[in-house]
Design a protein. Structure first.
Ligand code: SF4
Length: 270
């Protein structure tokens, strides 16, 4: 098998026609809403008031994709505290740490919510493993991206289909790659407004919010895992290392994203 074969995951299929239509035409009114929210959210002091402004601005389903990491646990608390009607879902890649799944259950108990668990297509996973092997994602960046595409990106696209807004817990401070994340932007690829209500939070802001509200978090954070993804692709970081250094650690530091939040590269000053 050559490298070109590995560049795309097996059984790649075109997106649903509804998504294509939304993507190709865009939506000027929604783009304006994104622009207004982007200006508005930074002036609001709390996560709860930001969520209220988001719900008031976006008409249609607002989905929150939680990775169950620190940021997303804070977001879940804010959503529960504000009473906002948000479709909360998480992607179960089939390769999570047991601690991550325990965190999911603890969160459901704490907040009395049912988190929608979205799984990859079984046929896609079988074809991927048949082609690349059960640990094939370590063979090359292309093979790793193919695995993320099947286990994360396609399920995410399915979960977001038909949504008007997409909430994330991304923060600018998390990595160079995320340093220019706006509060809100029109996401033409998914045909919705993508909103990052805690984009401006520092790690101290985040940890303070979690401590004040005694929010349940993944116990692995206390064992040196600031950013937690799939078990075979995440290791603990050493003191002074980048927050995301433990993700796909065998790869170059540049551009270590799984494809869920791809954005144009931020300018790096000299
Ligand atoms: S993080 Fe690793 S195991 Fe998880 S989907 Fe990506 S390549 Fe596959």
């Amino acid at each position: 098998m050559n490298k070109t074969d590995r560049a795309s995951p097996p059984t790649a299929r075109p997106r649903a026609s509804k998504l294509q239509t939304r993507t190709s035409t865009g939506s000027p009114p929604d783009a304006e809403i994104a622009s207004r929210l982007d200006e508005q959210l930074g002036a609001l002091a709390t996560l709860e008031t930001r969520l209220a402004a988001i719900v008031a601005s976006i008409h249609g389903r607002i989905a929150f994709s939680s990775s169950l990491g620190l940021e997303d646990q804070a977001m879940l608390h804010g959503i529960a505290a504000s009473g906002a009607a948000i479709d909360v879902f998480t992607l179960d890649t089939g390769r999570h740490f047991p601690e991550t799944l325990e965190t999911l259950e603890a969160s459901e108990h704490r907040y009395g919510v049912k988190v929608r668990v979205v799984f990859p297509d079984a046929g896609d996973v079988e074809a991927l493993v048949a082609r690349d092997g059960i640990m094939g994602f370590r063979q090359s960046v292309e093979a790793r991206k193919a695995c993320c595409e099947v286990r994360k990106v396609r399920p995410l696209n399915r979960a977001l289909s038909g949504a008007a807004g997409w909430l994330t817990g991304m923060r600018r401070e998390q990595s160079q790659e995320r340093s220019a994340v706006p509060f809100a932007e029109w996401d033409a690829a998914h045909g919705l407004v993508k909103i990052n209500p805690i984009a401006d939070w520092t790690l101290a802001d985040l940890e303070g919010y979690i401590a004040r509200h005694d929010i349940p978090v993944n116990p692995l954070h206390a064992k040196g895992f600031p950013s937690i993804g799939c078990q075979p692709c995440t290791r603990a970081v050493r003191p002074g290392e980048d927050i995301r250094a433990g993700r796909w650690w065998w790869e170059n530091l540049d551009g270590k994203e799984c494809g869920l939040h791809n954005r144009p590269k931020a300018k790096v000053s000299a």
